[in-house]
Design a protein around this ligand. Structure first.
Ligand code: ADP
Ligand code: MG
Length: 228
């Protein structure tokens, strides 16, 4: 098992951002996380990465408790946050080498990543000159460069044009074969195209946790019915 969360809650003052949520994910899973704005998707992801600490409950990444094994579990995770924070004044290759240095891994890993995400053409360009689609690729490359087992992508395709969207989906599908991916999105068709499982969050609770193949109805209809 790669991710297990048990009874996680997180409050921001009076606001129950997450209310006793639990789920499991396994190697090979690409889990689509759906839910309206404010449902708690990003908060759940940040808790798994260790960026936020939960108020109650346990998180296990690669079978280890994240609070008791912070460094170990963080090494196992690759994370692209919703904001995709990048150093815009750095060149693409320079930035990826910098990320290698942070992880204390060889720069040779940049080459592999640039091949996977097709960044070779732009490796000597400043990040701020790249299109949104290419900036997302840089974000994905930095999330994967240390070969993590668990990959958490918070709205990785938001703001992309249709061509970029298809390309990024292909990249994600390819890496998903041997890893565990958690991916949030507003595009239900994207979940149908890429994921084998779906988690739906609403008002801090998991209202659905199902394999794609187990839906009798269109996911969109199920979703709209539940958040009415
Ligand atoms: P989603 O990603 O599903 O849109 P979030 O996890 O970002 O939802 O937010 C869930 C709830 O928690 C929202 O009500 C949001 O306002 C609140 N929240 C998230 N982060 C913070 C924070 N750092 N401080 C205060 N409230 C927060
Ligand atoms: Mg969010």
């Amino acid at each position: 098992m790669s991710i297990e969360i048990n009874n996680i809650s997180k409050n921001f003052n009076e606001n129950k951002a997450l209310n006793k949520i639990s789920f499991k994910a396994f190697p090979g899973d690409i889990v689509g996380v759906l839910g309206p704005n404010g449902a708690g998707k990003s908060t759940m992801m940040k808790i798994i990465t260790g960026y936020y600490k939960q108020d109650e409950g346990d998180v296990f990444v690669c079978k280890k408790n994240t609070l008791e094994n912070e460094i170990y579990t963080k090494k196992k995770i690759g994370y692209l946050s919703e904001e995709n924070p990048l150093y815009l004044d750095m060149y693409v290759l320079e930035f990826l080498e910098f990320v290698c240095d942070i992880h204390k891994i060889e720069h040779i890993n940049c080459k592999k990543m640039m091949n996977l995400t097709e960044l070779n053409k732009v490796k000597n360009k400043k990040i701020k000159t790249l299109s949104k689609g290419f900036q997302q690729r840089v974000g994905i490359a930095q999330a994967l460069i240390h070969n993590p087992e668990v990959i958490i992508l918070d709205e990785p395709t938001s703001g992309l044009d249709p061509k970029q969207l298809i390309e990024i989906r292909e990249i994600i599908k390819n890496i998903g074969k041997e890893k565990t991916i958690l991916l949030s999105t507003h595009i239900i068709q994207e979940v149908e195209a890429m994921c084998n499982k779906v988690i739906m969050l609403n008002e801090g609770k998991i209202i659905i946790n199902k394999k794609i193949n187990d839906f009798d109805n269109k996911i969109e209809n199920v979703f709209l019915e539940l958040i009415k």
